[in-house]
Design a protein around this ligand. Structure first.
Ligand code: GAL
Length: 991
């Protein structure tokens, strides 16, 4: 039973005492004091009954100290409870609006000074920018009020409680509250005062709030000001010095919209901002305005009259040490990184970020979908029974949330869409939120994905719809029904612009098929792109029992219910390292496209409105990856949406090597987010004149001593390879297994596109059932002829009658060792296979293999449905850097379309391998790793991988694609690997 004091914990929000009129987060010259810093802190496992700690004279000398802003669970090395990760599940019983008595409660106290001259202030406000989840405040022992809405700002009027000199503030924060039912986002539950706390002096005659709505049309800007101030505060002056504008409004009635000549518009590409001040005699507000008009015309979403394509990321606020505590420098670098990877849009999933983030978005240039702090997903597990979204008792809470959201951030030109929240079912409270936004802000449309039938929102939005379904949405075909829609509702939805508020689930190794989604956007103008799920992994930095640091995910803190590593689904690893998936994204989203045509190339500018005058075009020619010529290309300035055709440079051809031309579009000058020369877009053209296959006659040169057969650099015992170039080797053995990716492990039910997978059962499960991870070999025959050593193996798994025949033929060709492996599955294999490869194990010996140089696709890993970032060239890497440290170890490191590979040890060449395309021109790929797929599959975190100095080289005839089945479609059939006969042919020489 909550005591009468703490009833607010389970009262349906909003609470009591906070100002209901939310305001913009403004840069004002009115005095304020930050209360960030060290506070006294005590944590109780339940809600304490006594509120004596709130008294001014309370002795808190025995308490700990904790920083504000911070989450208590991330402070004190586990001293204050631990983080909990759940996706949909509520980590407490579904019993709204109640929460368990086991409700961790943090009491905070600190002293602060109020300057003597604040006595002139009309009011003193106390502002909290973020407290999770409900809190109650006292100042000098006076109870001020309570509030909920963790990622929203709350202000209290504390004028009558503060005094000049020393003051004491006490805050009680509860981890769980009725509001927790509205904050069930897929993320860590991180209680505490995690954003700024500020005391603000409001001057008499100040400006309570200001909203500068802007527009842009035909070279003219427009400002429509809304000033919230007492009549006595007037005159109000608006200055835009750069354009010589000064407007003085003597009374509230004088405030009127006005046009501004010759302004440059704001866009995500050219984020032109103008400094503006709005002032009264008592206060000056500094603002940065951007001129732009957002509108929906038919099924097009337009800014300044031009269609927007969102190349977006879902951005959570997450940091491995700070959690959701904002760090401006880190955020700026994060946004700059987005820009460098051709990201032009952010959805603030699923709550308003720290207000400064939007200043950065205005300045660096992003289209922002600003989302309200709302998700009730856990009700979905009980069929939405009791979902607050449709319960009038919660209406005020919903309205309070959206009002706080819109009011705080309304001035930002970067925000082009308001979003009501995420995954909260549907219902009248959501419709009421939408109605409120429509009434308040006619200049921005409303989004909410859960409004499947489009009853109350302006944009048709979906998450994770497959390529096929997305294509159907793009067409007018009334015969393809839309999810959860009647034909009539479907027709209505098709009149609206469409966006994928989430797609391409970036969990672990993946996603595949980014290029397929991208292609649709250019075929069907109704499709406006979307937002990858998601930007960053949410790993929390912690240490293994032996002290090894690692990034924790669900379950690592002993949570009772959790969702494992589903929180590690970002394009960036927890330590800010871009994944290969992000590089793929950059290549797919590149705003400049190249189409080769004979001796010309057409260069197309796909940007929203910026021309290409900020770019330079560089070219280079390589023969087998070695640079032979390079230069700059003369390209006229190409306007947005236009193309230009330019002649290719003269390309020196080579008879005995491959000739590749590469063109890069690079930044001609430094920007706020990248250096001069930063590559925006790349394309390659294969100009190789095919060389005839060498007609060398096979020969053998057997030497035999003490049971060892020597053939060139290879040594065999009983038909088994034991050494290559004097170095111990085991194998080659058939390898059909890969450490399952998160997509391989997922058992999505939505596999309409894949005829290869079985709904409800993961591919990884099928592979384990078939024993691909535990294959055994029976040598059927060893045959030595004058020309070759031929072995035949039958490979199969325990308790299975399925098998694969592997024929290996060793010979010398032109003095070099050649291996040809024919792999032939028996009939009856029903599933897809992860790979068809052969594995060599190279134990450490004196000089372990620690690197590779290769000519093929690189520099990063690539898979059949994720090949766009890879280009043909010559690359080198340490063995360590060939693998990506996915939060849960899994398949990594595959380099496709290999031509030549050199294994190195401390910089010296050890073995050289040349590959041959098979009869259909397909080239193998390779993986070089310290661990076998089986070892990797056993590890839950990178630190669990055993120490190893062995290197495992796998040459794959083929790999299965990646897909995004962890939360979305499986591998597209074209890129699914079915059991099939394959040939691998290699030449192996000493380095
Ligand atoms: C969506 C949800 C996201 C996230 C994602 C899966 O359904 O909106 O918050 O949970 O799935 O990672």
């Amino acid at each position: 039973m909550p005591s009468q004091h703490s009833a607010y914990v389970t009262d349906i929000p909003p609470g009591r005492g906070a100002l209901r009129t939310a305001r913009s987060w403004l840069h004002s010259d009115a005095p304020s004091r930050s209360l960030n810093g060290l506070w006294r802190f005590r944590l109780s496992p339940t809600v304490p009954v006594a509120e004596d700690f709130a008294a001014g004279g309370f002795d808190d000398s025995g308490w700990d100290s904790i920083p504000v802003p911070a989450h208590w669970v991330l402070q004190g090395d586990g001293a204050y409870d631990r983080p909990i990760y759940t996706n949909i599940q509520f980590p407490f019983p579904i019993d709204p609006p109640y929460v368990p008595d086991e409700n961790p409660t943090g009491d905070y106290r600190r002293h602060f000074d109020i300057p003597a001259d604040w006595s002139e202030a009309e009011r003193v406000l106390l502002r909290f920018d973020g407290v999770e989840s409900v809190f109650k405040v006292w100042v000098n022992g006076d109870e001020i009020g309570n509030a909920a809405g963790s990622r929203l700002a709350h202000e209290f009027d504390v004028t009558s409680s503060v005094r000049p000199g020393d003051n004491v503030i006490a805050v009680r924060v509860h981890q769980w509250s009725a509001a927790s039912y509205l904050e069930d986002q897929d993320q860590w539950w991180l209680p505490g005062i995690f954003r700024d706390v500020t005391v603000i002096a409001r001057p008499a005659g100040g400006i309570e709030d200001v909203w500068l709505r802007t527009g842009f049309e035909n070279g003219h800007g427009r400002i429509e000001a809304e000033i919230t101030a007492d009549a006595a505060a007037f005159p109000v002056t608006l200055c835009l010095p750069e354009l010589g504008i000064e407007r003085v409004w003597a009374t509230p009635a004088d405030v009127a919209p006005f046009d501004v000549d010759s302004v440059e518009p704001w866009s995500a590409e050219q984020p032109r901002l103008y400094d503006v001040t709005v002032s009264t005699a008592a206060e000056t507000i500094a603002m940065r305005v951007g001129f732009r008009t957002v509108e929906i015309r038919g099924d097009r979403f337009l800014v300044n009259g031009r269609r927007v394509v969102f190349h977006g990321m879902n951005r959570h606020e997450t940091h491995p040490e700070r959690g959701r505590v904002f760090d401006e420098e880190h955020a700026r670098e994060d946004l700059a990184r987005m820009k460098r990877f051709n990201v032009n849009a952010i959805r603030t999933s699923h709550y308003p970020p720290h207000p400064r983030l939007l200043d950065l978005a205005d300045e660096l240039g992003f289209w922002v979908v600003l989302e309200c702090d709302l998700e009730t997903h856990g009700f979905g597990t009980i069929n939405w029974a009791g979902n607050p979204s449709d319960d009038p008792a919660w209406r005020e809470a919903y309205l309070d949330r959206i009002q706080r959201t819109v009011e705080r951030d309304k001035n930002h030109p970067s925000i082009v869409i308001w979003s009501l929240g995420n995954e909260s079912g549907t219902g009248s409270n959501l419709a009421a939120m939408s109605a409120w936004v429509h009434a308040r802000d006619a200049g921005r449309p409303v989004h909410y994905e859960g409004d499947y039938t489009g009853e109350y929102t302006d944009i048709y939005s979906r998450m994770y719809s497959s390529v096929l379904e997305t294509e159907q949405i793009g067409t007018d075909g009334s015969r393809s029904p839309l999810l959860s829609c009647t034909p009539a509702q479907g027709a209505r939805q098709r009149t609206k612009p469409f966006l994928l508020c989430e797609y391409a689930h970036a969990m672990g190794n993946g996603p595949g098929a980014l290029d397929q989604y991208e292609a649709l956007v250019h075929e069907h103008p109704r499709l406006h792109g979307g937002f990858v799920w998601e930007w960053r992994d949410h790993g929390i930095l912690t240490t293994a029992p032996d002290g090894t640091p690692y990034y924790a995910y669900g379950g690592d803190f002993g949570e009772v219910v959790h969702d494992g590593n589903f929180v590690m689904d970002g394009m960036l690893l927890s330590n800010d390292v871009p994944t290969p998936g992000l590089h793929e994204y950059k290549a797919v989203a590149q705003p400049v496209r190249f189409t080769f045509d004979g001796d010309d190339v057409a260069i197309t500018n796909l940007r929203h409105s910026a021309d290409t005058s900020d770019l330079r075009f560089r070219w280079r020619v390589e023969h087998d990856g070695t640079l032979v010529d390079s230069g700059d290309m003369e390209v006229p300035v190409v306007a947005a949406g236009e193309s230009a055709r330019v002649p290719l440079p003269r390309i020196p051809l080579a008879q005995d090597s491959e000739t590749w031309l590469t063109i890069d579009a690079v930044l001609a000058a430094e920007t706020a987010w990248a250096r001069e020369g930063h590559v925006i877009a790349t394309a390659q053209l294969d100009r190789s004149t095919r060389r005839p296959a060498g007609g060398v006659r096979p020969q053998t040169d057997w030497r035999q001593s003490n049971g060892t057969l020597t053939l060139g650099i290879a040594e065999f015992v009983d038909g088994a390879l034991v050494r290559l170039a004097g170095r111990a080797v085991a194998g080659p053995r058939l390898e059909l297994f890969r450490a399952p990716t998160d997509n391989d492990e997922a058992a999505s039910l939505r596999d309409e596109e894949s005829d290869a997978s079985i709904a409800g059962v993961s591919n990884a499960e099928l592979w384990r059932r078939d024993g691909l991870d535990r294959l055994t070999t029976r040598r059927v025959s060893v045959e030595r002829t004058a020309e070759a050593l031929r072995t035949i193996d039958k490979v199969s798994a325990a308790n299975s009658a399925l098998s694969v025949m592997v024929e290996s033929v060793w010979s010398l060709e032109g003095g070099e060792l050649e291996l040809r492996v024919e792999i032939e599955p028996s009939s009856g294999w029903l599933t897809v296979w992860p790979r068809i490869g052969i594995r060599f194990d190279l134990p450490d010996g004196a000089a372990p293999i620690d690197g590779a140089e290769w000519f093929g696709l690189g520099p990063l890993e690539s898979y059949p449905d994720s090949l766009r970032a890879a280009h043909t060239g010559r690359f080198s890497s340490t063995i360590r850097d060939l693998s990506v440290d996915y939060a849960r170890p899994q398949e990594t490191g595959h380099r496709s379309q290999l031509r030549q590979l050199t294994l190195t040890s401390a910089g010296s060449k050890v073995l050289r391998i040349v590959t041959f395309p098979d009869g259909r021109g397909r080239r193998p790929g390779f993986t070089l790793s310290r661990h076998t797929p089986q070892q990797i599959a056993q590890a839950g975190h990178p630190f669990e991988l055993p120490d190893s100095t062995t290197s495992h080289l796998i040459i794959d005839a083929a790999q299965h694609g990646l897909g995004s089945r962890a939360c979305g479609p499986d591998v597209w059939p074209e890129f699914a690997l079915r059991p099939e006969a394959r040939t691998i042919r290699l030449r192996i020489a000493a380095g």
